[in-house]
Write a protein that binds this ligand. Structure first.
Ligand code: ZN
Length: 139
């Protein structure tokens, strides 16, 4: 999946994963794939997260359309700890590869979402029984 830089794609994904730790049981956001809209819908049950990505041909008009008008291009269900850990891992990989300055240079419109990543990591470690390592020294 490729996202253009007009939306803050990594931040939206990390924030969406973090929202599932509160009272909110779902999160939605979209990647601007120029010109397509890739609409992510995350739904939490007691211990799993359903991930669905709907594709719409034209992001200029589709944000008003219901999910059902899009084409489902991804659907999967994960235990919440595994999902959150994968999102953190992806964010960490991006940071390791590019650094904060490199990220901003490449993404241009948005800095690396340091605070959102820290929030998600804190929630994940607090609420999920995850035995995998977490690099606490880095945002
Ligand atoms: Zn973990």
């Amino acid at each position: 999946m490729v996202a253009g830089y007009c939306t803050d794609a990594l931040a939206d994904l990390v924030a969406g994963a973090g929202e599932l730790y509160g009272r909110q049981r779902s999160a939605r956001f979209f990647f601007d794939a120029e010109p397509q809209e890739l609409r992510w819908v995350l739904r939490a049950t007691d211990d799993t997260v359903d991930v669905t990505v709907h594709k719409f041909p034209d992001v200029a008009v589709s944000p008003d359309f219901p999910d059902s008008q899009g084409t489902v291009i991804w659907q999967s269900t994960h235990p919440r700890p595994a999902f959150a850990h994968a999102v953190l891992d992806a964010a960490h990989t991006v940071l390791t590869e590019h650094g904060e300055a490199g990220y901003l240079a490449k993404w241009a419109m948005h800095p690396y979402p340091v605070a959102l990543v820290q929030d998600l990591r804190r929630l994940h470690i607090r609420d999920d029984a995850c035995d995998l390592p977490h690099d606490l020294s880095r945002p």
